[in-house]
Design a protein around this ligand. Structure first.
Ligand SMILES: Nc1ncnc2c1ncn2[C@@H]1O[C@H](COP(=O)(O)OP(=O)(O)OP(=O)(O)O)[C@@H](O)[C@H]1O
Ligand SMILES: [Mg+2]
Length: 252
């Protein structure tokens, strides 16, 4: 299997705090990978480095064989990388449909894309089709005209995932997509991810390992900025270091 994304010696320092410390992370094409770890262990910062929201202090990010370390987020989106954020980040005052279309303009933003969107009908048509398709996939089509503030938290999450899907990612990074959801909503998101996971490579950050055990094929465990263990989920969970850092601190 070829490599979708990898990092080498990836490090992020916030003054004296080393949030991500010499991380060598690798995800093969088509893989479903989980990243777990206690609060503040560097999971979100790792995603921010992978997606270009922060420049690293040291190290490289390689995406589909290309060094993208110096590339801004929109260039990575254009190459096929999409992400969601830990806190729901949709515009409450816009409708579901407006959020989708606007996000496509926002995340795909670059001069030529904007020109294409507004002036090239074929391109515009394709984008609108992607938006509709992704809304169907998350079963929110009948809410297209609903103002987003009226959606349940679970449906806002689904909208965020729909936005990411509408970008037609090759790599999808989901930062705690199950956080704050009811058990029923968690079941719906997991079911959706099971349904669409074969379309792309998926990396999912999650706090509670048990929720994603059936979904992921590999697990990487972060602690204090470093990956302390990785491999098949069952192996990882029986690792002594993992049990020490993770078990006991919280309900897994
Ligand atoms: N922009 C920032 N400026 C300064 N410090 C930051 C910044 N972002 C993260 N940190 C710090 O880096 C460390 C890692 O944070 P990060 O958000 O990556 O952890 P996390 O594993 O995602 O935690 P959680 O499970 O709570 O989401 C923490 O100590 C955090 O306070
Ligand atoms: Mg986080």
């Amino acid at each position: 299997m070829s490599e979708m994304i990898s990092t080498s010696g990836l490090t992020k320092k916030f003054k004296e705090l080393v949030a991500v410390n010499q991380v060598n992370f690798r995800v093969a094409e088509g893989q479903v990978a989980g990243v777990i770890g206690p609060n503040g262990s560097g999971k979100t910062t790792l995603f921010n480095l992978l997606s270009g929201y922060f420049p690293p202090s040291e190290g490289q990010v390689t995406f589909q064989g290309e060094d993208v370390t110096g590339q801004p987020p929109e260039a990575r989106v254009a190459m096929g990388m999409a992400r969601t954020f830990q806190l729901v980040s949709v515009f409450d005052h816009l409708t579901v449909w407006e959020n989708l279309v606007l996000s496509n303009v926002r995340f795909r933003h670059n001069g030529s894309w904007l020109t294409n969107f507004f002036f090239k009908n074929a391109r515009k048509k394709a984008i609108l089709e992607y938006c509709q398709e992704s809304l169907d996939t998350v079963a929110l089509s009948d809410q297209a005209g609903t103002v987003t503030s009226e959606l349940s938290y679970g449906d806002k999450r689904m909208l965020e995932i729909a936005i990411a899907l509408s970008l037609k990612p090759k790599l999808l990074l989901l930062d705690e997509p199950l956080a704050g959801l009811s058990d029923h909503e968690i079941g719906e998101v997991i079911e959706l991810l099971q349904k669409v996971k074969s379309d792309f490579t998926l990396v999912i950050i999650e706090h509670k390992i048990s929720k994603i055990m059936d979904l992921v094929e590999s697990l990487s465990v972060m602690n204090e900025g470093a990956i302390i263990c990785e491999g098949e989920p069952d192996e990882v969970l029986s690792n002594t270091d993992v049990r020490e850092c993770y078990w006991g601190r919280e309900d897994c």
